[in-house]
Design a protein around this ligand. Structure first.
Ligand code: NAI
Length: 271
């Protein structure tokens, strides 16, 4: 069901790789709520993924940008402003990557070159995006920026590896940049801390299936899926959440505040 929550709004969606991507579902929901979109992803992801199918469906141009490149990110905002003949009202940062996770390198033995690259893609990129946007005045007043994160930023989930450090940094950048952008232009910046979700990035985490089941049993409402996350992003882009900024917002069916549940205790107790 659509409510026209984003009627007249324009936005950039980073990170739609395939139909499972949270960004993909968010683009579809934003379109259904009346928004006009620009889609972007890394050039290599554009070659490997199926983003053109989404672009057709939501009637949006695709502008390549590797988020580790300042030139690419600047070009993305310039082209987007040309396309819309003005600034945007919302940005979704839905980007994460760890080479250590991908190569199965344990946290205590991380290749720190890989760590560096992973932090650049997964966390510093939010600063790069916000800095480029601010310089070009590319986000309209009361605009809303959302980045996706995970609770491993606050608590240890061993298989999440160095992505945990990336998420902690991402949340910190959202808070700090949110302060400055709020003062300067009433632009708000938040992170949404999503339940574990079976996507390409999610599947990279070792033992993700067991982990998803555990989280499901530990959440009073069950796990939030990618469609639920897309709905939450829409509300954050809408004017109904105008005064929310610099927050890390848990979207996890109650997982983050649950100590233990009968189901988990039962699975642990011996007969
Ligand atoms: P996904 O694999 O569909 O999306 C990750 C995206 O990052 C891909 O589109 C990929 O091309 C893009 N990306 C990687 N390197 C890039 C670069 N250099 N420049 C530009 N884009 C680049 O997976 P998913 O799950 O939709 O991930 C989206 C966000 O949600 C990520 O930040 C992830 O950490 C976060 N998240 C995911 C959870 C999960 O369990 N799947 C749980 C909580 C947060």
């Amino acid at each position: 069901m659509a409510y026209n929550l984003l009627k007249g709004k324009k936005g950039i969606i980073f990170g739609a790789l395939d139909e499972k991507s949270i960004a993909w579902k968010t683009a579809q929901r934003c379109k259904a709520e009346g928004a006009e979109l620009v889609l972007t992803n890394a050039p290599i992801a554009l070659r490997m993924g199926t983003i053109n199918k989404l672009a057709e469906e939501v009637n949006a141009p695709v502008i390549p940008a590797d988020v580790t490149s300042e030139a690419d990110v600047t070009n993305l905002f310039e082209k987007t402003m040309e396309h819309f003949n003005g600034g945007v009202d919302f940005v979704l940062h839905s980007i994460g990557m760890s080479i250590n996770v991908r190569k199965n390198i344990p946290y205590t033995e991380n290749n720190l070159e890989f760590t560096h690259k992973g932090l650049d893609i997964s966390a510093v990129s939010l600063h790069r995006v916000l800095q480029a946007a601010m310089k070009l005045d590319a986000i309209n007043e009361w605009g809303s920026v959302v980045a996706l994160t995970y609770i491993a930023a606050q608590r240890v989930f061993p298989n999440y590896n160095d992505m945990a450090d990336g998420k902690a940094m991402l949340e910190s950048i959202a808070r700090n940049f949110g302060y400055y952008y709020g003062v300067q232009k009433k632009v708000r910046v938040n992170t949404i801390s999503q339940s574990p979700t079976l996507t390409t990035a999610g599947s990279g985490v070792k033992g993700i299936d067991g982990f998803i089941n555990f989280a499901e049993k530990m959440s009073p409402l069950g796990n939030a899926n990618a469609d639920n996350c897309a709905d939450y992003c829409v509300t954050m882009f809408s004017d109904l959440t105008k005064m929310v900024t610099m927050q890390n917002l848990f979207h996890d069916g109650g997982f983050s505040y649950t100590g233990v549940t009968p189901e988990v205790i039962e699975s642990m107790s011996k007969e």
